[in-house]
Design a protein around this ligand. Structure first.
Ligand code: AMP
Ligand code: DBH
Length: 549
Protein backbone atom coordinates (compact mmCIF):
# COMPACT_ATOMS: atom_id res chain seq x y z
CA UNK A 1 0.00 0.00 0.00
CA UNK A 2 1.64 3.23 -1.13
CA UNK A 3 -0.67 5.63 0.64
CA UNK A 4 -2.06 4.37 3.86
CA UNK A 5 -5.83 3.68 4.14
CA UNK A 6 -8.25 1.36 5.91
CA UNK A 7 -9.02 -1.47 3.48
CA UNK A 8 -12.32 -3.28 3.07
CA UNK A 9 -12.57 -6.63 4.93
CA UNK A 10 -11.25 -9.44 2.72
CA UNK A 11 -14.56 -11.29 2.35
CA UNK A 12 -16.31 -8.13 1.21
CA UNK A 13 -13.54 -7.22 -1.22
CA UNK A 14 -13.75 -10.75 -2.63
CA UNK A 15 -17.49 -10.43 -3.13
CA UNK A 16 -17.16 -7.03 -4.84
CA UNK A 17 -14.71 -8.58 -7.28
CA UNK A 18 -16.81 -11.68 -7.90
CA UNK A 19 -19.84 -9.54 -8.62
CA UNK A 20 -17.88 -7.47 -11.12
CA UNK A 21 -18.10 -4.27 -9.07
CA UNK A 22 -14.36 -4.02 -8.71
CA UNK A 23 -12.64 -4.58 -12.03
CA UNK A 24 -9.05 -4.00 -10.89
CA UNK A 25 -8.70 -1.23 -13.45
CA UNK A 26 -7.08 2.16 -12.99
CA UNK A 27 -9.33 5.21 -13.18
CA UNK A 28 -7.34 6.27 -16.28
CA UNK A 29 -9.22 3.50 -18.09
CA UNK A 30 -12.25 5.84 -18.03
CA UNK A 31 -10.44 7.90 -20.65
CA UNK A 32 -8.19 5.46 -22.42
CA UNK A 33 -10.96 2.98 -23.27
CA UNK A 34 -12.21 5.43 -25.92
CA UNK A 35 -8.96 6.13 -27.69
CA UNK A 36 -9.24 3.54 -30.44
CA UNK A 37 -12.86 4.17 -31.31
CA UNK A 38 -13.57 7.83 -30.67
CA UNK A 39 -10.37 9.70 -29.97
CA UNK A 40 -11.45 12.53 -32.24
CA UNK A 41 -14.74 13.15 -30.41
CA UNK A 42 -15.01 16.34 -28.35
CA UNK A 43 -14.57 15.46 -24.69
CA UNK A 44 -14.58 18.94 -23.16
CA UNK A 45 -16.02 22.29 -24.17
CA UNK A 46 -15.25 25.50 -22.28
CA UNK A 47 -15.91 29.11 -23.08
CA UNK A 48 -12.80 29.37 -25.25
CA UNK A 49 -11.54 25.88 -25.96
CA UNK A 50 -12.44 22.37 -27.06
CA UNK A 51 -10.52 19.20 -26.31
CA UNK A 52 -10.94 15.82 -27.97
CA UNK A 53 -10.59 12.55 -26.08
CA UNK A 54 -7.24 12.04 -27.81
CA UNK A 55 -6.00 15.48 -26.74
CA UNK A 56 -7.10 15.01 -23.17
CA UNK A 57 -5.27 11.68 -23.07
CA UNK A 58 -2.16 13.07 -24.76
CA UNK A 59 -1.94 16.19 -22.57
CA UNK A 60 -2.34 14.18 -19.41
CA UNK A 61 0.30 11.70 -20.57
CA UNK A 62 2.74 14.48 -21.45
CA UNK A 63 2.18 16.14 -18.09
CA UNK A 64 2.70 12.81 -16.35
CA UNK A 65 5.96 12.36 -18.28
CA UNK A 66 7.20 15.85 -17.32
CA UNK A 67 6.36 15.22 -13.72
CA UNK A 68 8.13 11.86 -13.78
CA UNK A 69 11.19 13.65 -15.15
CA UNK A 70 10.99 16.06 -12.23
CA UNK A 71 11.22 13.09 -9.90
CA UNK A 72 7.58 12.57 -8.97
CA UNK A 73 6.56 8.97 -8.53
CA UNK A 74 3.76 6.69 -7.44
CA UNK A 75 2.83 7.14 -3.80
CA UNK A 76 3.81 10.82 -3.67
CA UNK A 77 1.03 13.20 -2.73
CA UNK A 78 -0.04 16.47 -4.34
CA UNK A 79 -2.05 19.53 -3.42
CA UNK A 80 -4.04 20.83 -6.38
CA UNK A 81 -6.25 23.89 -6.61
CA UNK A 82 -7.69 24.66 -10.04
CA UNK A 83 -10.86 26.43 -11.16
CA UNK A 84 -13.63 25.00 -13.35
CA UNK A 85 -11.72 24.68 -16.60
CA UNK A 86 -10.23 21.84 -18.64
CA UNK A 87 -6.79 21.85 -16.92
CA UNK A 88 -8.52 20.41 -13.84
CA UNK A 89 -9.14 17.15 -15.77
CA UNK A 90 -5.77 17.11 -17.55
CA UNK A 91 -4.08 17.30 -14.14
CA UNK A 92 -6.48 14.78 -12.60
CA UNK A 93 -5.67 12.13 -15.22
CA UNK A 94 -1.95 13.00 -15.31
CA UNK A 95 -1.60 12.35 -11.60
CA UNK A 96 -3.64 9.15 -11.88
CA UNK A 97 -1.29 7.94 -14.61
CA UNK A 98 1.70 8.46 -12.35
CA UNK A 99 0.08 7.18 -9.18
CA UNK A 100 0.65 10.57 -7.52
CA UNK A 101 -2.20 10.98 -5.04
CA UNK A 102 -3.74 14.46 -4.98
CA UNK A 103 -6.23 16.30 -2.89
CA UNK A 104 -8.22 18.65 -5.09
CA UNK A 105 -8.97 21.67 -2.94
CA UNK A 106 -12.06 23.68 -3.80
CA UNK A 107 -11.28 26.82 -5.71
CA UNK A 108 -12.73 28.98 -2.95
CA UNK A 109 -10.50 27.37 -0.35
CA UNK A 110 -8.14 29.89 1.15
CA UNK A 111 -4.76 29.98 2.88
CA UNK A 112 -6.05 28.22 6.00
CA UNK A 113 -7.54 25.21 4.20
CA UNK A 114 -4.63 24.82 1.77
CA UNK A 115 -2.08 25.01 4.59
CA UNK A 116 -4.01 22.45 6.52
CA UNK A 117 -4.10 19.99 3.62
CA UNK A 118 -0.39 20.55 3.02
CA UNK A 119 0.33 19.82 6.65
CA UNK A 120 -1.65 16.57 6.52
CA UNK A 121 -0.25 15.34 3.20
CA UNK A 122 3.26 16.78 3.01
CA UNK A 123 2.87 17.05 -0.78
CA UNK A 124 5.76 16.63 -3.20
CA UNK A 125 3.83 18.67 -5.75
CA UNK A 126 1.63 21.78 -5.52
CA UNK A 127 -0.42 22.97 -8.49
CA UNK A 128 -2.32 26.27 -8.41
CA UNK A 129 -3.81 28.86 -10.71
CA UNK A 130 -2.88 32.51 -11.02
CA UNK A 131 -6.61 33.27 -10.93
CA UNK A 132 -6.33 32.58 -7.20
CA UNK A 133 -4.46 35.45 -5.48
CA UNK A 134 -2.47 32.98 -3.34
CA UNK A 135 -0.65 31.78 -6.47
CA UNK A 136 -0.05 35.22 -7.99
CA UNK A 137 3.13 35.74 -6.01
CA UNK A 138 5.63 33.38 -4.42
CA UNK A 139 4.74 34.45 -0.85
CA UNK A 140 2.16 31.83 -0.01
CA UNK A 141 4.03 28.83 -1.35
CA UNK A 142 7.30 30.05 0.19
CA UNK A 143 5.56 30.30 3.53
CA UNK A 144 4.09 26.86 3.06
CA UNK A 145 7.55 25.39 2.49
CA UNK A 146 8.90 27.18 5.52
CA UNK A 147 6.06 26.74 8.02
CA UNK A 148 5.40 23.11 7.24
CA UNK A 149 9.05 22.33 6.52
CA UNK A 150 8.24 20.60 3.25
CA UNK A 151 9.84 20.61 -0.18
CA UNK A 152 7.64 20.42 -3.26
CA UNK A 153 7.62 21.11 -6.97
CA UNK A 154 5.34 24.01 -7.85
CA UNK A 155 3.43 24.49 -11.10
CA UNK A 156 1.11 27.39 -11.79
CA UNK A 157 -1.53 27.65 -14.47
CA UNK A 158 -0.71 31.14 -15.74
CA UNK A 159 2.23 33.34 -16.33
CA UNK A 160 4.28 33.84 -13.18
CA UNK A 161 8.03 34.21 -12.80
CA UNK A 162 8.43 31.98 -9.76
CA UNK A 163 7.08 28.70 -11.17
CA UNK A 164 6.89 26.84 -14.50
CA UNK A 165 3.70 27.19 -16.49
CA UNK A 166 1.47 24.15 -16.14
CA UNK A 167 0.12 24.30 -19.69
CA UNK A 168 3.54 24.56 -21.29
CA UNK A 169 4.38 21.16 -19.88
CA UNK A 170 1.60 19.45 -21.78
CA UNK A 171 1.91 21.54 -24.93
CA UNK A 172 5.56 20.62 -25.33
CA UNK A 173 5.62 18.24 -28.29
CA UNK A 174 9.16 17.18 -27.47
CA UNK A 175 8.12 15.45 -24.29
CA UNK A 176 9.19 11.83 -24.29
CA UNK A 177 6.06 10.05 -23.13
CA UNK A 178 7.65 6.64 -23.02
CA UNK A 179 9.01 7.37 -19.56
CA UNK A 180 5.61 7.22 -17.85
CA UNK A 181 5.67 4.00 -15.89
CA UNK A 182 2.62 1.77 -16.29
CA UNK A 183 0.44 2.35 -13.26
CA UNK A 184 -0.60 -0.67 -11.25
CA UNK A 185 -2.63 -1.46 -8.18
CA UNK A 186 -6.31 -0.66 -8.43
CA UNK A 187 -6.53 -1.18 -4.68
CA UNK A 188 -4.28 1.82 -4.16
CA UNK A 189 -5.61 5.23 -3.13
CA UNK A 190 -6.27 7.17 -6.35
CA UNK A 191 -6.97 10.55 -4.74
CA UNK A 192 -8.36 12.15 -1.63
CA UNK A 193 -11.88 13.45 -1.59
CA UNK A 194 -12.76 16.28 0.80
CA UNK A 195 -15.11 15.86 3.71
CA UNK A 196 -17.33 18.71 4.86
CA UNK A 197 -16.60 17.34 8.27
CA UNK A 198 -17.87 18.11 11.71
CA UNK A 199 -14.57 18.44 13.56
CA UNK A 200 -12.09 21.25 14.08
CA UNK A 201 -9.90 20.08 11.23
CA UNK A 202 -11.26 18.97 7.85
CA UNK A 203 -10.64 15.29 7.16
CA UNK A 204 -9.41 13.61 3.99
CA UNK A 205 -11.22 10.67 2.41
CA UNK A 206 -9.04 8.11 0.60
CA UNK A 207 -10.78 6.83 -2.54
CA UNK A 208 -9.33 3.86 -4.36
CA UNK A 209 -9.38 3.21 -8.12
CA UNK A 210 -11.61 0.19 -7.60
CA UNK A 211 -14.21 1.82 -5.41
CA UNK A 212 -14.40 5.12 -7.29
CA UNK A 213 -14.49 3.53 -10.74
CA UNK A 214 -17.37 1.37 -9.59
CA UNK A 215 -19.27 4.38 -8.24
CA UNK A 216 -18.85 6.15 -11.60
CA UNK A 217 -19.95 3.12 -13.67
CA UNK A 218 -22.90 2.42 -11.43
CA UNK A 219 -23.95 6.08 -11.58
CA UNK A 220 -23.80 6.01 -15.38
CA UNK A 221 -25.95 2.89 -15.31
CA UNK A 222 -28.56 4.43 -13.00
CA UNK A 223 -28.72 7.61 -15.09
CA UNK A 224 -28.76 5.57 -18.34
CA UNK A 225 -26.02 7.71 -19.87
CA UNK A 226 -24.72 6.96 -23.34
CA UNK A 227 -22.36 8.80 -25.63
CA UNK A 228 -25.18 11.21 -26.44
CA UNK A 229 -24.89 12.80 -22.98
CA UNK A 230 -23.91 16.48 -22.98
CA UNK A 231 -23.45 17.37 -19.32
CA UNK A 232 -22.84 20.83 -17.91
CA UNK A 233 -20.49 21.00 -14.93
CA UNK A 234 -21.47 24.21 -13.15
CA UNK A 235 -20.74 23.18 -9.55
CA UNK A 236 -17.13 23.26 -8.31
CA UNK A 237 -15.31 20.60 -10.35
CA UNK A 238 -13.64 19.01 -7.33
CA UNK A 239 -16.93 18.28 -5.54
CA UNK A 240 -17.85 14.63 -5.49
CA UNK A 241 -21.27 15.37 -7.04
CA UNK A 242 -20.13 16.90 -10.38
CA UNK A 243 -17.04 14.70 -10.48
CA UNK A 244 -18.62 11.29 -10.06
CA UNK A 245 -22.40 11.30 -9.69
CA UNK A 246 -22.10 10.57 -12.64
CA UNK A 247 -20.51 13.97 -13.30
CA UNK A 248 -17.46 14.58 -15.43
CA UNK A 249 -16.01 11.11 -14.95
CA UNK A 250 -19.39 9.63 -15.87
CA UNK A 251 -19.37 11.69 -19.08
CA UNK A 252 -15.91 10.42 -20.00
CA UNK A 253 -16.85 6.83 -19.17
CA UNK A 254 -19.97 7.06 -21.35
CA UNK A 255 -18.07 8.81 -24.15
CA UNK A 256 -20.19 11.96 -23.99
CA UNK A 257 -19.28 15.64 -23.90
CA UNK A 258 -18.51 17.73 -20.84
CA UNK A 259 -19.37 21.43 -20.99
CA UNK A 260 -17.72 23.44 -18.23
CA UNK A 261 -19.22 26.57 -16.69
CA UNK A 262 -17.23 28.77 -14.33
CA UNK A 263 -20.25 29.19 -12.03
CA UNK A 264 -23.86 28.01 -11.80
CA UNK A 265 -25.61 31.36 -12.36
CA UNK A 266 -28.35 31.43 -15.04
CA UNK A 267 -26.54 34.18 -16.95
CA UNK A 268 -23.47 31.93 -17.28
CA UNK A 269 -25.23 28.61 -17.79
CA UNK A 270 -28.27 29.34 -19.95
CA UNK A 271 -26.29 30.46 -23.02
CA UNK A 272 -23.95 27.46 -22.70
CA UNK A 273 -26.89 25.08 -22.48
CA UNK A 274 -28.49 26.57 -25.55
CA UNK A 275 -25.29 26.77 -27.57
CA UNK A 276 -24.08 23.23 -26.90
CA UNK A 277 -27.37 21.36 -26.54
CA UNK A 278 -26.75 20.36 -22.93
CA UNK A 279 -29.15 17.60 -21.88
CA UNK A 280 -28.06 16.94 -18.25
CA UNK A 281 -26.72 19.04 -15.42
CA UNK A 282 -26.39 19.12 -11.63
CA UNK A 283 -27.18 21.89 -9.16
CA UNK A 284 -27.41 22.54 -5.44
CA UNK A 285 -30.81 23.86 -4.24
CA UNK A 286 -29.88 27.60 -4.08
CA UNK A 287 -28.71 27.51 -7.70
CA UNK A 288 -31.95 25.75 -8.66
CA UNK A 289 -33.84 28.63 -7.02
CA UNK A 290 -31.88 31.15 -9.10
CA UNK A 291 -32.71 29.18 -12.23
CA UNK A 292 -36.40 29.16 -11.27
CA UNK A 293 -36.37 32.90 -10.78
CA UNK A 294 -34.52 33.70 -14.01
CA UNK A 295 -36.58 34.96 -16.94
CA UNK A 296 -37.25 32.58 -19.86
CA UNK A 297 -35.96 29.50 -18.02
CA UNK A 298 -37.97 26.87 -19.88
CA UNK A 299 -37.13 28.41 -23.24
CA UNK A 300 -33.38 28.69 -22.53
CA UNK A 301 -33.36 25.12 -21.25
CA UNK A 302 -35.15 23.54 -24.21
CA UNK A 303 -32.40 20.92 -24.71
CA UNK A 304 -32.15 20.05 -21.00
CA UNK A 305 -33.91 16.76 -20.22
CA UNK A 306 -32.76 16.02 -16.68
CA UNK A 307 -31.81 18.27 -13.81
CA UNK A 308 -30.08 16.71 -10.82
CA UNK A 309 -30.39 18.52 -7.51
CA UNK A 310 -28.43 17.48 -4.42
CA UNK A 311 -25.94 18.45 -1.77
CA UNK A 312 -28.61 19.84 0.52
CA UNK A 313 -32.28 19.14 1.08
CA UNK A 314 -34.64 20.26 -1.68
CA UNK A 315 -38.14 21.05 -0.42
CA UNK A 316 -41.08 19.25 -2.02
CA UNK A 317 -42.43 22.57 -3.15
CA UNK A 318 -39.23 23.44 -5.00
CA UNK A 319 -39.00 19.93 -6.43
CA UNK A 320 -42.43 20.40 -8.00
CA UNK A 321 -41.55 23.85 -9.31
CA UNK A 322 -38.33 22.58 -10.91
CA UNK A 323 -40.28 20.11 -13.03
CA UNK A 324 -43.24 22.29 -13.91
CA UNK A 325 -41.46 25.59 -14.52
CA UNK A 326 -38.21 24.38 -16.11
CA UNK A 327 -39.83 21.57 -18.05
CA UNK A 328 -37.26 18.94 -17.04
CA UNK A 329 -37.31 15.66 -15.14
CA UNK A 330 -35.86 16.13 -11.68
CA UNK A 331 -33.38 13.67 -10.26
CA UNK A 332 -32.71 14.11 -6.56
CA UNK A 333 -29.22 13.06 -5.48
CA UNK A 334 -28.26 12.51 -1.88
CA UNK A 335 -24.60 11.66 -1.77
CA UNK A 336 -21.49 12.04 0.28
CA UNK A 337 -17.81 12.28 -0.58
CA UNK A 338 -17.32 9.36 1.81
CA UNK A 339 -19.19 7.07 -0.59
CA UNK A 340 -22.91 6.26 -0.55
CA UNK A 341 -24.90 7.96 -3.29
CA UNK A 342 -28.70 7.81 -3.54
CA UNK A 343 -30.56 8.68 -6.71
CA UNK A 344 -34.21 8.92 -7.58
CA UNK A 345 -34.54 6.74 -10.66
CA UNK A 346 -35.54 8.12 -14.04
CA UNK A 347 -38.78 6.11 -13.95
CA UNK A 348 -39.66 6.80 -10.31
CA UNK A 349 -43.18 8.16 -9.88
CA UNK A 350 -43.83 11.81 -9.25
CA UNK A 351 -44.36 11.45 -5.51
CA UNK A 352 -41.00 9.72 -5.14
CA UNK A 353 -39.18 12.30 -7.26
CA UNK A 354 -40.68 15.15 -5.28
CA UNK A 355 -40.56 13.76 -1.74
CA UNK A 356 -37.47 11.59 -1.46
CA UNK A 357 -33.77 12.06 -2.01
CA UNK A 358 -33.46 8.75 -3.85
CA UNK A 359 -32.33 5.24 -2.99
CA UNK A 360 -28.85 3.70 -2.85
CA UNK A 361 -27.33 3.13 -6.27
CA UNK A 362 -25.79 -0.28 -5.59
CA UNK A 363 -27.48 -3.54 -4.66
CA UNK A 364 -24.61 -4.02 -2.21
CA UNK A 365 -25.06 -0.72 -0.41
CA UNK A 366 -26.17 -1.66 3.08
CA UNK A 367 -28.14 1.07 4.83
CA UNK A 368 -29.18 0.54 8.43
CA UNK A 369 -31.17 3.29 10.11
CA UNK A 370 -30.56 3.28 13.85
CA UNK A 371 -31.69 5.07 17.00
CA UNK A 372 -29.36 6.83 19.41
CA UNK A 373 -28.41 3.50 21.01
CA UNK A 374 -27.43 2.07 17.66
CA UNK A 375 -30.51 -0.17 17.45
CA UNK A 376 -32.25 -0.42 14.07
CA UNK A 377 -35.51 1.53 13.95
CA UNK A 378 -38.72 0.15 12.44
CA UNK A 379 -39.24 0.75 8.73
CA UNK A 380 -40.76 4.19 8.24
CA UNK A 381 -39.36 5.58 11.48
CA UNK A 382 -36.87 8.38 11.70
CA UNK A 383 -33.28 7.46 12.57
CA UNK A 384 -29.59 7.92 11.89
CA UNK A 385 -28.17 6.70 8.61
CA UNK A 386 -25.36 4.16 8.85
CA UNK A 387 -23.95 2.48 5.77
CA UNK A 388 -21.29 0.29 4.23
CA UNK A 389 -20.75 -0.95 0.71
CA UNK A 390 -18.44 -1.38 -2.28
CA UNK A 391 -17.64 2.32 -2.65
CA UNK A 392 -18.09 3.66 0.86
CA UNK A 393 -14.76 4.33 2.54
CA UNK A 394 -13.68 2.62 5.77
CA UNK A 395 -11.73 5.41 7.46
CA UNK A 396 -10.53 9.00 7.16
CA UNK A 397 -6.83 9.48 6.42
CA UNK A 398 -4.65 9.35 9.55
CA UNK A 399 -7.56 10.01 11.91
CA UNK A 400 -7.84 6.99 14.21
CA UNK A 401 -9.53 8.82 17.07
CA UNK A 402 -12.14 10.42 14.86
CA UNK A 403 -12.67 7.17 12.96
CA UNK A 404 -13.73 5.42 16.14
CA UNK A 405 -16.60 7.91 16.39
CA UNK A 406 -17.41 8.07 12.67
CA UNK A 407 -17.97 4.30 12.35
CA UNK A 408 -20.24 1.91 14.27
CA UNK A 409 -18.87 -1.19 15.97
CA UNK A 410 -20.02 -3.16 12.92
CA UNK A 411 -17.88 -0.95 10.67
CA UNK A 412 -20.70 1.12 9.16
CA UNK A 413 -20.07 4.79 8.37
CA UNK A 414 -22.38 6.97 10.45
CA UNK A 415 -23.11 9.93 8.18
CA UNK A 416 -24.91 12.00 10.81
CA UNK A 417 -27.99 12.34 8.60
CA UNK A 418 -31.43 11.78 10.08
CA UNK A 419 -33.50 9.94 7.50
CA UNK A 420 -36.72 8.03 6.96
CA UNK A 421 -36.89 5.11 4.56
CA UNK A 422 -39.94 4.32 2.44
CA UNK A 423 -41.08 0.78 1.64
CA UNK A 424 -39.32 1.07 -1.71
CA UNK A 425 -36.02 1.83 0.03
CA UNK A 426 -36.03 5.53 -0.86
CA UNK A 427 -34.63 7.89 1.75
CA UNK A 428 -35.97 11.23 2.83
CA UNK A 429 -33.51 13.41 4.70
CA UNK A 430 -35.38 14.96 7.63
CA UNK A 431 -32.55 16.38 9.71
CA UNK A 432 -28.98 16.12 10.84
CA UNK A 433 -27.23 14.92 13.93
CA UNK A 434 -23.79 16.31 13.24
CA UNK A 435 -22.25 19.58 14.27
CA UNK A 436 -22.24 21.01 10.79
CA UNK A 437 -23.90 23.78 8.83
CA UNK A 438 -25.02 23.02 5.29
CA UNK A 439 -24.99 26.38 3.54
CA UNK A 440 -26.52 25.60 0.19
CA UNK A 441 -24.48 22.42 -0.24
CA UNK A 442 -21.24 23.81 1.24
CA UNK A 443 -20.59 22.05 4.52
CA UNK A 444 -19.03 23.91 7.44
CA UNK A 445 -17.90 22.24 10.66
CA UNK A 446 -19.09 24.32 13.62
CA UNK A 447 -16.07 23.31 15.67
CA UNK A 448 -13.64 24.72 13.11
CA UNK A 449 -15.22 28.17 13.41
CA UNK A 450 -15.58 27.91 17.18
CA UNK A 451 -11.85 27.23 17.52
CA UNK A 452 -11.06 30.35 15.51
CA UNK A 453 -13.53 32.47 17.49
CA UNK A 454 -12.11 31.20 20.79
CA UNK A 455 -8.69 32.47 19.80
CA UNK A 456 -10.01 36.06 20.04
CA UNK A 457 -8.74 37.58 23.31
CA UNK A 458 -12.16 38.97 24.32
CA UNK A 459 -14.20 35.86 23.56
CA UNK A 460 -14.97 33.64 26.53
CA UNK A 461 -16.98 31.02 24.65
CA UNK A 462 -18.47 30.48 21.20
CA UNK A 463 -21.15 28.21 19.75
CA UNK A 464 -21.80 28.12 16.03
CA UNK A 465 -25.15 26.93 14.68
CA UNK A 466 -27.22 27.09 11.52
CA UNK A 467 -30.01 29.59 11.03
CA UNK A 468 -32.74 29.28 8.41
CA UNK A 469 -32.31 31.11 5.12
CA UNK A 470 -34.74 31.26 2.25
CA UNK A 471 -32.14 31.01 -0.52
CA UNK A 472 -29.28 29.02 0.98
CA UNK A 473 -31.36 26.82 3.28
CA UNK A 474 -29.01 27.58 6.15
CA UNK A 475 -26.59 30.30 7.11
CA UNK A 476 -24.12 30.54 9.96
CA UNK A 477 -24.86 32.16 13.31
CA UNK A 478 -22.14 32.48 15.95
CA UNK A 479 -23.32 32.84 19.54
CA UNK A 480 -20.67 34.56 21.62
CA UNK A 481 -20.10 34.92 25.34
CA UNK A 482 -17.76 37.85 25.88
CA UNK A 483 -15.19 37.84 28.69
CA UNK A 484 -16.13 39.87 31.80
CA UNK A 485 -15.29 43.54 31.38
CA UNK A 486 -14.75 43.23 27.61
CA UNK A 487 -16.82 44.49 24.72
CA UNK A 488 -16.54 43.53 21.07
CA UNK A 489 -18.50 44.55 18.05
CA UNK A 490 -19.60 42.04 15.40
CA UNK A 491 -17.67 44.05 12.81
CA UNK A 492 -14.48 43.58 14.80
CA UNK A 493 -15.14 39.88 15.18
CA UNK A 494 -15.83 39.66 11.50
CA UNK A 495 -12.55 41.41 10.74
CA UNK A 496 -10.78 39.11 13.13
CA UNK A 497 -12.27 36.05 11.44
CA UNK A 498 -11.29 37.39 8.02
CA UNK A 499 -7.70 37.61 9.23
CA UNK A 500 -7.81 33.81 9.50
CA UNK A 501 -8.03 33.54 5.69
CA UNK A 502 -10.78 30.95 5.49
CA UNK A 503 -12.90 30.04 2.46
CA UNK A 504 -15.45 32.79 1.94
CA UNK A 505 -18.50 30.62 2.59
CA UNK A 506 -17.28 29.83 6.12
CA UNK A 507 -17.50 33.28 7.71
CA UNK A 508 -20.39 33.63 10.18
CA UNK A 509 -23.32 35.54 8.72
CA UNK A 510 -24.47 36.80 12.09
CA UNK A 511 -23.06 37.19 15.60
CA UNK A 512 -25.31 37.06 18.65
CA UNK A 513 -24.44 37.97 22.21
CA UNK A 514 -25.55 35.60 24.92
CA UNK A 515 -24.86 35.54 28.68
CA UNK A 516 -24.67 31.78 28.99
CA UNK A 517 -25.30 28.81 26.73
CA UNK A 518 -28.31 26.63 27.37
CA UNK A 519 -27.11 23.15 28.36
CA UNK A 520 -28.40 19.64 27.68
CA UNK A 521 -29.00 17.12 30.48
CA UNK A 522 -25.46 15.83 30.08
CA UNK A 523 -24.04 19.34 30.29
CA UNK A 524 -23.23 19.92 26.62
CA UNK A 525 -24.10 23.17 24.82
CA UNK A 526 -27.72 22.77 23.71
CA UNK A 527 -27.39 23.75 20.07
CA UNK A 528 -30.96 22.74 19.33
CA UNK A 529 -32.24 25.47 21.58
CA UNK A 530 -29.71 27.97 20.18
CA UNK A 531 -31.01 27.16 16.70
CA UNK A 532 -34.57 27.67 17.90
CA UNK A 533 -33.55 30.95 19.54
CA UNK A 534 -31.99 32.42 16.41
CA UNK A 535 -34.86 31.16 14.26
CA UNK A 536 -37.29 33.07 16.53
CA UNK A 537 -35.21 36.23 16.33
CA UNK A 538 -35.22 35.98 12.55
CA UNK A 539 -38.94 35.34 12.40
CA UNK A 540 -39.50 38.45 14.53
CA UNK A 541 -37.06 40.34 12.31
CA UNK A 542 -35.01 41.30 15.36
CA UNK A 543 -31.88 43.07 14.15
CA UNK A 544 -28.53 41.46 15.02
CA UNK A 545 -26.68 42.56 18.16
CA UNK A 546 -24.67 45.70 17.47
CA UNK A 547 -22.32 45.34 20.39
CA UNK A 548 -21.43 42.21 22.29
CA UNK A 549 -20.58 43.10 25.89
P1 AMP B 1 -19.88 15.52 2.53
O1 AMP B 1 -19.71 14.46 3.57
O2 AMP B 1 -19.16 16.78 2.85
O3 AMP B 1 -19.64 15.03 1.17
O4 AMP B 1 -21.42 15.96 2.56
C1 AMP B 1 -22.39 14.97 2.44
C2 AMP B 1 -23.60 15.40 3.22
O5 AMP B 1 -24.34 16.36 2.47
C3 AMP B 1 -24.57 14.31 3.50
O6 AMP B 1 -24.18 13.51 4.59
C4 AMP B 1 -25.82 15.12 3.79
O7 AMP B 1 -25.77 15.67 5.08
C5 AMP B 1 -25.72 16.27 2.80
N1 AMP B 1 -26.47 16.02 1.57
C6 AMP B 1 -26.00 15.65 0.37
N2 AMP B 1 -27.01 15.53 -0.53
C7 AMP B 1 -28.14 15.84 0.11
C8 AMP B 1 -29.53 15.90 -0.27
N3 AMP B 1 -29.93 15.62 -1.51
N4 AMP B 1 -30.43 16.24 0.69
C9 AMP B 1 -30.04 16.51 1.95
N5 AMP B 1 -28.75 16.47 2.37
C10 AMP B 1 -27.82 16.15 1.46
O1 DBH C 1 -23.17 16.68 -0.86
C1 DBH C 1 -22.44 15.81 -1.33
O2 DBH C 1 -21.34 15.52 -0.86
C2 DBH C 1 -22.93 15.06 -2.55
C3 DBH C 1 -24.17 15.35 -3.10
C4 DBH C 1 -24.61 14.65 -4.22
C5 DBH C 1 -22.14 14.06 -3.12
O3 DBH C 1 -20.93 13.75 -2.59
C6 DBH C 1 -22.59 13.36 -4.25
C7 DBH C 1 -23.84 13.66 -4.80
O4 DBH C 1 -21.80 12.40 -4.78
Amino acid sequence: MRVNYTPWPEDEAKRYREKGFWLDLQLTDILDRHLTSQGSKTAIITDDSRLTYAELALYSTRLAASLAKRGLKAGDTALVQLPNDFPFYVVYFALLRLGVVPVNALFNHNREELSHYAKQLEPKLVIGSELQPLFKTADFTNQLRENEDIAFELLVDGNVDFAPSLRELWLNEETDISCVPKATGADEVAFFQLSGGSTGTPKLIPRTHNDYYYSVRQSVDVCEWEDSVVYLCALPAAHNFPLSSPGALGVFFAGGTLVIAPDPSPSTCFPLIKQHGVNWTALVPPAAILWLNAPDGAEALASLKYLQVGGARLSTNLAKRVESELDVTLQQVFGMAEGLVNYTRLDDDEWTRHNTQGRPMSEDDVVVIVDEDGEPVKQGEEGLLTTKGPYTFRGYFNADTHNRKAFTDQGYYASGDVVVQTETGHLTVVGRDKDQINKGGEKIAAEELENHLLSHPDVFDAAVVSMPDELLGERICAFIIVKKGCAVRPVTLNKFMRSKHLADYKYPDRYELIDAFPKTKVGKVDKKSLRAHIATLLAKRTPPSRTLV
